[in-house]
Design a binder for this molecule. Structure first.
Ligand SMILES: Cc1ncc(COP(=O)(O)O)c(C=O)c1O
Length: 478
């Protein structure tokens, strides 16, 4: 005799228990209409025989179907498929099959946008990674314990959306002494990252559809962050001094720049260009967002103060601990005129509430006790050696038609390849050999594209850098 389940095939998945397999199979059969509403299921005994599983397994699956409302039982009569299923439409179970009603125009643009992100595995020449092996874990852990004993369970609850006042005070002191940014704690807003700062600035300072200028090539995290805010990133060309003010299109309401060490070309913006951009912002009534992501690490020439000091009322200053401590910390900050700081705080409250209070208080102690400045000094010395190693290795091994630029500051150098080279293919071949610089073309929003490789050096020792650059040379010549 044919039973109701003759058309249902048990869907086995090694990641699930047998009871979960039965539950998922019967649930899908209900949703897909293979088991019609009101029809009676075979008894537990029949089911277990038919499926070749124990009655305990079948009973567990049926109980779950009952709990979730896919079946009902009638006393003495048996188990029936629910007449009003929770979801009347077939729901494909694999992600690839799901289509749904479609993305918004913004979602579409984001889905197609270039986003350079690590997959968690750091390899030689991965850009932007600090010396993870040189992080003072023990000291950090001691400050974390101290934060906990001082604040107790308060650190486990919700926190000030603007950020821990102790951390904001420490940051205000740090940027004033190290970067010439004079501000007070009320102007500092703690955010999870520089890219989140771009989103919040975009929300607070632009209306949906307004154009914002981004460096081309530039930091994809900022471009994506501004798109999230509903702004329309517009590529602005660079010359040897950085973003060209005359090339900023009409209607641009905000520009996002990296004047202390242009990302990824590494240009340090000279004073006359800084002044020209501040003048542009004043004349147009526009904003400058200054991303000073690795300004603490300068190896050649005198330290250059942040652009913020030249035009504070038109400039938002962004700093991130991703480059001064470690990327997984997810703490950064924006410094803004007070009314803007208030709007950013409201935007932050609506966006994600607040940043992790335990990490914030730990960092506040780490800074206030001088460990942060000490760490920066130690890393500057370490990175200076690694930078020399990478430049030396490039000199020794790379063909003469390759040029290394952007070496004055930061955690990466950029290697320019001859015109027409396929940097994406080169990066793919290098990845196969365990070396992961990023293709420079991926940082361009619009052509013409300059091929190259963005090579992080801070997280590798000298011997590793030497070997990695030798491999780059081999792959270029092959
Ligand atoms: C220009 C620039 N700013 C900031 C960051 C750090 O980003 P976040 O704070 O979002 O981790 C990076 C990382 O590569 C960067 O290239």
């Amino acid at each position: 005799m044919e039973t109701l389940l003759d058309h249902v095939v048990l869907d086995r998945d090694p990641a699930r228990t047998a009871a979960e397999d039965v539950f998922e199979t019967l649930r899908s059969a209900c949703l897909d209409g293979l088991l019609t509403p009101g029809s009676k299921l075979p008894s537990q005994r029949q089911l277990s025989r038919q499926l070749g599983l124990s009655r305990g397994v079948v009973s567990e699956a049926l109980e779950r179907l009952l709990d979730e409302g896919y079946v009902t039982t009638r006393h003495g009569a048996g188990t029936f498929v629910q007449t009003a299923p929770a979801c009347p439409q077939a729901a494909p179970r694999t992600g690839t099959a799901r289509r749904g009603p479609g993305l918004s125009a913004r979602g579409d643009a984001l889905a197609g946008a270039e986003m350079i992100r690590g997959d968690g595995e750091v390899k030689p020449l991965t850009p932007g990674i600090t010396a993870l092996d040189a992080f003072p874990w023990k000291t950090w852990s001691a400050h974390r314990r101290r934060a906990h004993s001082e604040c107790g369970n308060r650190l486990l609850g919700p926190a000030d959306p603007q950020g821990d006042p102790a951390l904001r005070t420490a940051i205000a002191r740090h940027v004033s002494s190290m970067r010439g940014v004079s501000c007070d704690a009320g102007q500092v807003v703690i955010v999870p990252s520089a890219r989140a700062a771009a989103t919040l600035a975009g929300i607070a300072l632009t209306d949906p559809g307004q154009r914002v200028g981004v460096e081309n090539p530039g930091f994809p995290g900022a471009t994506g962050g501004l798109m999230l805010a509903g702004a329309v990133p517009t590529p602005v060309p660079l010359d040897g001094s950085g973003m060209v003010p005359e090339a900023i299109p009409e209607g641009v309401r905000l520009i996002y720049i990296t004047p202390s060490h242009q990302y990824p070309m590494g240009t340090v913006m000279p004073l006359d260009r800084r002044l020209a951009l501040v003048d542009w912002a004043r004349r147009r009534g526009a904003w400058i967002v200054e991303d000073d992501y690795d300004g603490e690490f300068r190896y050649e020439g005198k330290p250059i103060s942040a652009l913020y000091g030249l035009g504070g009322d038109h400039v938002l200053y962004v700093g991130t601990f991703s480059k001064s401590l470690f990327p997984a910390l997810r703490l950064a900050y924006v410094i803004a005129p007070e009314p803007v700081a208030r709007a950013l705080t409201r935007a932050k409250t609506a966006f994600d509430g607040f940043c992790n209070p335990i990490d914030q208080r730990t960092l506040a102690h780490f800074m206030a006790t001088g460990h942060f400045s000490r760490h920066i000094r130690r890393m500057r010395q370490l990175y200076a050696k690694r930078r020399e190693a990478v430049i030396g290795a490039c000199d020794r091994h790379l063909p003469k038609n390759c040029r290394v630029v952007g070496t004055d500051a930061g955690l990466h150098v950029t290697l320019l390849l001859p015109e027409g080279a396929d940097d994406k293919a080169l990066a793919r071949h290098l990845a196969e050999r365990g070396i992961t610089p990023s293709a420079l073309s991926r940082y361009h929003l619009a052509g013409p594209v300059r091929p190259g490789l963005v090579c992080g050096f801070a997280n590798s020792d000298e011997a590793t850098l030497e070997k990695a650059i030798r491999t780059v040379a081999e792959v270029i010549s092959s």
